[in-house]
Design a protein around this ligand. Structure first.
Ligand SMILES: [Zn+2]
Length: 162
């Protein structure tokens, strides 16, 4: 599924996922798990991008999504609100990042591979679409999922020294 996302030019979303995959690949240079994220404004323009920097920064919260959302809020210029924005990330967000995207009021979350071990956008939890929350972004998964999964598989295989 390449994901037709209402309200955003699908080409912009796909291009953002291609860029997020490049960022993910780069994270391996400093020993971080290859995960990348791009935040698009409501017009489809790139507001911010980031890779996973947990190892690099020694910061348990330095997931690609959190770093990208923080930078996007600075670029967006509406305080902390990312109204109309789309978070594009290579791997299904964890509970923290799914929560952050809800709190940031993004309109959409588009992700690549499912994360059956920690995913909070449908796999293990569904924080993003929890009806008890007053803001629920639209969710599209599976965009370039195989490319993201292949990066992660290769990273963990190398880590195990196989
Ligand atoms: Zn996360």
């Amino acid at each position: 599924m390449t994901g037709v996302v209402p309200g955003v030019v699908p080409d912009a979303v796909d291009a953002a996922m291609v860029r997020a995959l490049e960022l993910a690949a780069a994270a391996q240079q400093w020993g971080d798990t290859p995960i990348g994220a791009v935040v698009l404004g409501s017009d489809g323009a790139v507001l911010a991008e980031a890779a996973n920097e947990r190892e690099k920064l020694g910061d348990p919260t330095a997931h690609a999504e959190v770093l990208a959302l923080r930078a996007a809020a600075r670029a967006h210029g509406d305080g902390w609100r990312l109204t109309g924005a789309t978070l594009v990330v290579t791997l299904e967000p964890c509970t923290m990042c799914a929560g952050a995207s809800v709190l940031a009021r993004v309109a959409r979350v588009v992700y690549g591979a499912d994360d059956p071990k920690a995913g909070a956008a449908g796999s293990l939890w569904d924080v993003v679409r929890d009806r008890r929350l007053n803001h629920r972004p639209e969710v599209t998964g599976g965009v370039r999922a195989e490319e993201s999964a292949a990066l992660l598989r290769a990273f963990f295989r190398a880590k195990r020294g196989l």
